[in-house]
Write a protein that binds this ligand. Structure first.
Ligand code: ACM
Length: 785
């Protein structure tokens, strides 16, 4: 609970100076584009820095000028539509107004979009783009190919504020995979129609073609179903945990609501279709169904009344197995099928723990009726029914890889999320497969080790890891490889409460995934991708796409030598771009000293550093300062977690204030234990800990028994401190209060009986099971004698 985090942030900033490496006040907001120094004309070839890289590209001689009045020519209607889209986007991104003409006669210097049936062999998505000083032409057999060609032209044109022209080039291009997807989760946090459209726009610019729309989950039912209005009336609202769910004025519960009407669905699907993107809806069953069961309890497998949940994790609540419930699912799907013209319909199927079915005599009786020997076979029975229903409506079923655990109709497509093993097995069994493994393509995992990352799952999935993911397993037999339709990046939004954080997680990692989806494997080259990335960032700024700055900034790790009065500072840019720094407080430039090896600075010290490509800063410089006092403090981001605590490290946001900025904590929910590795303990008299408290809002299903608590020795438990790691001697302990202070924090002071001395790992952990709350560490300070 925390009512004054803003104050906390302000104070922390003041106390720490601009102690970025040491402060827990990481902002995930990228600075607005205006904060970046305006880029001087980049090198010539940055215009050809296309993302995703085309299948083949031959630079030509000269350039084609672009300006207000440059003509775009298109013959038939489909080509005219693409020409119009290109002109609108160019005006939006570059402020250039093209004139759209009829392709009756060629115009000097014009851009032509030509539907060319002779190119049909290359495929619907393929295009040929030729730019010469005399004009530009995009040719394709289909409007989809023309559109991809238009997006390439737009990329060529959206570089370099100094002059508008297209470099001469010949590009012959077609995608490697037919499914290049992104999954959006409006169930945990809701995204407006306008935000969905922004996602679609950005997908088009990356040549992605499938938007997987995760419309239902435990926390919310997000799509209007006319036959079942309570799905959205009841299932569309949850009360957020803790202070976030209390109206600060009235003190009453404040629901968090949202759903898309069917008219809005039509609008979004049409918007996507105009950008050659197919929307695949997901109705999740039999698990992730709490919101639906809260609306219609007769659908559930429990007699306990349910509410749409504001907790995260895996819930026990499954739809029951009655014919009437299958009819309900068919009704829902039946209402949605006409709204989604695409081939695929996603029926979920993941994380359906079967405890309720095992405990239900009625479900057990139904299993006997349908001949299901296991609960998984019961699930398969429902999947098979839905598959038939979808096939009768001309649709193909896709589901998460758990659906492979029981008998599965051969027509079903498998989305492999628990690694690639499910996808490999499915392809071998003859199913089509989309690869979206959580360890490589889940964008709610953080992307750098920076303390400035927003909340998320802090197992780090770097840009490189996303880039390097290969959807076709090496061991998959040649004659089964065609079953790998492609890949998909997923953004779950439990920990993503704001649009800025959404964009932070998605960009630029989506660009890396897009390249794998589009570019021939043999042409992929990570170093080359990094060289092209600054141009893509320039386009993001022109197109109004927010992106993570953390990969483009400089992190500092400082090791103090208190006796010498110095600090040794290691600098790092997460992507390996060149780092330049100053120590006199001035803005670093490309001619400032280049960082090569750790620096030894005399206290007090200041350091400003930025990462550079082609002589230009990639993001605003970070500003660091250290003095003798600041080196005695560590934020939770700088602490390690205890060796036994690593099952699920989360970067969690405070529950309050209801509106505005909230503190963020690194914590583990299985074993709340932190470690200050190699702390200098000479002369230390006490350890001060600033601790916060957040709701314990997790459902762990079968992982629940893996949680560990040290037994409490007093009414509210205590904070224990051990030296030499958690198995070392307990050197201090302080009882915990019943509640925090008004500001949501407590300051705990633990005097050391005797100073252990030397450098030792300091282990800090809370005892007792404090649910429904949990204590978290915000900051640790060593107090000297
Ligand atoms: C999933 O991440 N549960 C599909």
């Amino acid at each position: 609970m925390n009512r004054s985090t803003l104050l906390h942030h302000a104070r922390l900033l003041a106390a720490a100076g601009l102690l970025a490496a040491l402060a827990a006040c990481g902002s995930d907001r990228q600075a607005p584009p205006a904060a970046l120094p305006s880029a001087a004309a980049p090198k010539h070839d940055s215009r050809l820095a296309l993302v995703p890289a085309p299948a083949s590209m031959t630079p030509g001689e000269g350039r084609l000028a672009l300006g207000n009045g440059t003509t775009v020519l298109a013959g038939d209607e489909a080509a005219r539509a693409v020409a119009g889209q290109f002109a609108a986007l160019l005006e939006r991104g570059r402020g250039i107004r093209l004139r759209i003409g009829d392709d009756k006669q060629g115009a000097q210097g014009a851009i032509r979009f030509v539907l060319d049936p002779a190119r049909a062999d290359a495929g619907r998505e393929a295009y040929l783009l030729e730019v010469t000083p005399a004009g530009a032409t995009v040719r394709a057999a289909d409007a989809t190919g023309l559109f991809h060609g238009a997006m390439t032209l737009l990329q060529l044109a959206t570089i370099d504020a100094a002059g508008a022209w297209l470099p001469a080039v010949r590009i012959e291009d077609a995608p490697r995979f037919s499914w290049r997807g992104f999954m959006m989760d409006p169930a945990r946090h809701f995204w407006s129609v306008d935000q969905v459209k922004q996602v679609i726009d950005a997908m088009a610019l990356h040549k992605l073609n499938v938007l997987h729309w995760h419309l239902t989950d435990d926390q919310g039912w997000r799509v209007e179903i006319r036959k079942y209005p309570k799905l959205t009336e009841v299932g569309g609202c949850r009360i957020p945990a803790g202070d976030g769910g209390i109206d600060p004025v009235s003190g009453q519960p404040r629901p968090y609501c949202g759903y898309y009407t069917q008219d809005q669905v039509r609008e979004i699907v049409a918007y996507a279709a105009a950008r050659h993107i197919t929307v695949v809806p997901e109705i999740n069953q039999p698990g992730h169904a709490t919101a639906a069961i809260a609306a219609y309890p007769e659908l559930g497998s429990t007699s306990t009344p349910l509410q749409p949940s504001s907790e995260w994790g895996v819930f026990p609540n499954l739809f029951n197995t009655e014919e009437s419930t299958i009819a309900f699912l068919e009704d829902v799907i039946g209402e949605l099928v006409p709204l989604f013209p695409g081939t695929y319909f996603h029926i979920g199927g993941d994380e359906a723990v079967k405890d309720q079915w095992e405990a239900s005599p009625r479900v057990q009786a139904r299993m006997r009726e349908v001949g299901a020997k296991t609960e998984m076979e019961m699930q398969s029975h429902i999947v098979a029914r839905l598959e038939k229903f979808l096939a009768a409506h001309g649709k193909r079923l896709v589901g998460w890889d758990e659906i492979l655990e029981g008998p599965l109709p051969p027509e079903a497509t498998v989305m492999s999320w628990r690694g690639t093993e499910g996808g490999l097995k499915a392809a071998r069994e003859g199913h089509d497969v989309v690869m979206s493994p959580s360890g490589d393509l889940y964008l709610d995992y953080l992307q750098t080790e920076s303390p400035y990352e927003p909340p998320g799952r802090p197992a780090t999935i770097t840009l490189r890891q996303v880039y390097d993911f290969e959807p076709v397993p090496a061991e998959l037999e040649e004659d089964r490889r065609h079953h790998i339709l492609g890949l998909q990046a997923n953004l779950w939004t439990e920990h993503t409460r704001t649009w800025e954080r959404f964009e932070h997680h998605v960009f630029p990692r989506l660009a890396a995934m897009a390249e794998t989806g589009w570019t021939p494997a043999a042409r992929k080259d990570y170093d080359d991708f990094l060289r092209r990335l600054p141009a893509q960032l320039e386009r993001y700024r022109a197109w109004g796409i927010g992106y993570a700055l953390t990969p483009f900034q400089v992190d500092a790790v400082a090791v103090d030598d208190r006796k010498a009065g110095t600090v040794e500072v290691a600098l790092d840019n997460p992507l390996g771009y060149a780092v330049h720094y100053t120590t006199d407080g001035s803005e670093p430039s490309a001619s400032s000293p280049a960082y090569k090896a750790p620096l030894t600075l005399t206290l007090p010290a200041r350091l400003r550093a930025a990462a550079f490509a082609d002589g230009q800063p990639l993001a605003p410089a970070r500003d660091y300062a250290w003095d003798a006092a600041s080196l005695l403090t560590r934020s939770d981001e700088q602490l390690g977690i205890c060796p036994d605590a690593g099952r699920l490290l989360l970067r969690l946001e405070d529950d309050g204030p209801a509106d505005g900025e909230r503190a963020i904590f690194n914590t583990t929910i299985f074993y709340p234990c932190w470690q200050w590795n190699a702390a200098e303990l000479d002369g230390v008299a006490a350890v001060k800990v600033r601790a916060g408290r957040i709701p314990y809002y997790f459902q762990l299903a079968h992982d629940e028994p893996h949680r560990t608590f040290e037994p409490a020795r007093s009414a509210h438990g205590e904070l224990d401190i051990h030296a030499g790691g958690c198995n070392g001697q307990r050197v201090a302990s302080v009882p915990l209060p019943a509640t925090t202070g008004e500001d949501g924090f407590v300051e705990l002071e633990a005097p050391l009986a005797e100073s252990p001395g030397g450098r030792q790992d300091l282990c800090l952990r809370f005892t007792g099971d404090t649910r429904p709350q949990m204590w978290v560490i915000d900051r640790v300070t060593l107090q000297l004698r």
